[in-house]
Design a protein around this ligand. Structure first.
Ligand SMILES: Cc1cc2nc3c(=O)[nH]c(=O)nc-3n(C[C@H](O)[C@H](O)[C@H](O)COP(=O)(O)OP(=O)(O)OC[C@H]3O[C@@H](n4cnc5c(N)ncnc54)[C@H](O)[C@@H]3O)c2cc1C
Length: 451
């Protein structure tokens, strides 16, 4: 029997990792990459796996969720992690790389692989089946292909993310916060609320107006959706706009006083276990330093806040993965098409590479006629998969891109006193769970042997 063949579109972090994993699994891969003939506005190098902005793959410490993801990817024989290790530059506990050497190494390894062929072409339409194709064209997918993906997604493809900060539950001052949903809807106490009096509200609006904002890239001229305006833009529109918008207090009387505050910040559960809360409607382009400062200084109850994620808004093409994709990352409507990387709503270089690995495993399973074996839930890969399937999120969650964070993991069982102990427990549990999922030499497609 001949070798199976697949197409991978996009040779970024996700596509490069996936092409490598597929080829290591004995499958012939045609990797279609539009560079250097055509480039997105953010890409400048000619090679594959280009890091478009920072040269850091973030913390390499396994007590951070992303460091744990590094560790898992290394154990799985990741191309991206091995190239990063080989081109590492000193950066404390971060895994930072020489980006040109990193890209050159990934390109060389893929071009040198006997089962990989790199074709330079911009794909304008999604390929018809029955052959399997992985789409990994990233957050700046060109307009033509994006239109085709949008048609497939039936309106569930977004072009900007609008991310609100997320705060660790145990860093919220619960002597100030109170639990209540608007007009007592749902179970009545689904949200936490941080109350402002008028003076506190005016001071907060002043700080937003004065705060330093992130400058948009040339290709990101701000075209905000009215329903999704950054808080500082709302503040610019008028002193009371926020108090009538995301900070409106109606139906949110404080049960301790029976009175309605002048304004509130509402906090909504980010994960089923309630370890993290997002600030509802607080998407923002304030710099991360300013977000930390202003939210801690001006929002009652957040003086000691630990931020799991900070707010941002940028150009980012992404699918609502839980609705558009099946758990094996293939399109529900056209199962010969798989998706990976930032276009699925994971955020970050390492997360994109990890998603490429997951999709490649799923494609190998499909080719071998096996059911897809998802990564164990309590691993960092499993946490990303729980995000992609929606399992990590409460019902009605507004799907937005995310980095890997411990809030996506299933809650820990047993008692773990303090943050360090909880991180230890996450890492230890993940290490145990990932072990049986690692079988890089046997995980191949039917009729194919790893070279
Ligand atoms: C401006 C910007 C800055 C970012 N900065 C960071 C950062 O500092 N740190 C971080 O962790 N993450 C960052 N990200 C987020 C994310 O991690 C990166 O975008 C990451 O590269 C995503 O990986 P990917 O494989 O999904 O897409 P990409 O790495 O962008 O790869 C997509 C590839 O597909 C190719 N391609 C696109 N369309 C086609 C087509 N139609 N036909 C053929 N080829 C095509 C592209 O040329 C590209 O090589 C940033 C994103 C953006 C947009």
């Amino acid at each position: 029997m001949g070798r199976e063949r697949v197409t991978v579109v996009g040779g970024g972090l996700a596509g490069s990792e996936a092409a490598w994993r597929l080829a290591q699994g004995g499958v012939e891969v045609e990797l279609v990459e539009m560079k250097p003939g055509r480039r997105s506005p953010a890409h400048v190098l000619d090679g594959l796996a280009e890091l478009v902005c920072s040269n850091s793959l973030r913390s390499d410490n396994p007590h951070n969720a992303v460091g744990l993801l590094h560790e898992e990817l290394r154990r799985l024989g990741s191309l991206v992690l091995s190239a990063a290790d080989a081109t590492r530059v000193p950066a404390g506990d971060a895994l930072a790389v020489d980006r040109e050497r990193f890209s050159a190494l990934v390109t060389g390894r893929l071009r040198g692989h006997p089962l990989v062929r790199v074709r330079q072409e911009e794909l304008l339409r999604l390929p018809e089946g029955p052959g399997l194709t992985l789409v990994a064209t990233g957050p700046l997918t060109g307009d033509a292909l994006a239109a085709d993906v949008a048609a497939l997604a039936g309106g569930r493809l977004h072009f900007y993310d609008a991310i609100a900060p997320i705060v660790a539950a145990d860093s919220i001052d619960m002597s100030i916060a109170y639990a209540r949903s608007r007009y007592g809807k749902g179970s009545g106490d689904d949200y936490l609320n941080l109350p402002f009096d008028e003076g506190q509200y005016r001071a907060f609006v002043g700080a937003l107006l004065a705060g330093e904002k992130v400058a948009a890239h040339d290709f990101e001229e701000p075209r905000y959706f009215e329903g999704c305006l950054p808080i500082e833009v709302m503040a610019e529109r008028g002193a009371d706009v926020l108090a009538y918008g995301p900070m409106k207090p109606v139906g949110l009387e404080d049960p301790r006083t029976g009175r309605r505050p002048f304004a509130v910040v509402q906090l909504r559960r980010e994960d089923v276990a309630g370890t993290a809360y997002n600030l509802v409607g607080f998407q923002t382009r304030l710099t991360w330093t300013e977000q930390r400062r202003i939210l801690r200084e001006y929002v009652p109850g957040l003086a000691g806040a630990e931020f799991v994620r900070l707010g941002q808004i940028h150009r980012n093409t992404f699918l609502e993965a839980p609705r558009v994709l099946a758990p094996d990352l293939s399109a529900r409507e056209r199962p010969h098409l798989f998706f990976a990387g930032q276009i699925t709503g994971v955020e970050g270089y390492v997360e994109s590479a990890a998603c490429g690995h997951l999709a490649a495993r799923a494609m190998l399973d499909r080719l071998a006629g096996r059911p897809f074996l998802p990564p164990p839930a309590a691993t960092a890969l499993g946490a990303l998969h729980r995000h992609l399937t929606g399992e990590a999120h409460p019902p009605g969650y507004d799907y937005q891109p995310t980095n890997v964070v411990f809030a996506l993991f299933p809650p820990l069982t047993g008692r773990h006193r303090g943050k360090a102990a909880r991180k230890d427990a996450h890492a230890e549990r993940a290490r145990k769970e990932i072990a049986p999922w690692i079988d890089p030499w046997t995980h191949t497609a039917r009729g194919a042997a790893a070279p």
